[in-house]
Design a protein. Structure first.
Length: 117
């Protein structure tokens, strides 16, 4: 049911997806990263894009910092994986500028979409 064409900022959407999928791949040593696209059940004419991974998980404390600038939780993460800690912050800002929202759901389906940046 997803349309073949949508109106939007393709470059910014690509940037957001690159950041999110890149994080999922970076923190999934083995297992799967799955990207799904569907129509949003709650808002007409909106897409729902979800990225699910079987990575190591994120502590509750780190979940609350996901969308904050220069935040990568445990300092050993920066040493092991690199990065600036800005990808999700930029993604959240771009998503909001395009009229959407971005969030995180843990395994218990607790949404922290409005926490952080």
């Amino acid at each position: 049911d997803v349309p073949m064409r949508i109106n939007g900022d393709a470059l910014r959407l690509k940037q957001v997806l690159t950041n999110i999928v890149g994080n999922a791949i970076k923190f999934t040593d083995s297992g799967d990263v799955v990207v799904r696209v569907s129509l949003d059940d709650h808002r007409d004419n909106y897409l729902m894009i979800s990225v699910q991974d079987s990575g190591k998980g994120i502590s509750l404390a780190d979940q609350k910092m996901l969308f904050q600038s220069f935040s990568q939780g445990d300092p050993s993460i920066t040493r092991q994986y690199g990065g600036t800690g800005l990808g999700l912050v930029i993604s959240k800002q771009l998503t909001r500028l395009m009229g959407g929202d971005i969030g995180f759901h843990d395994n218990a389906q607790e949404n922290i979409a409005n926490q952080g940046a």
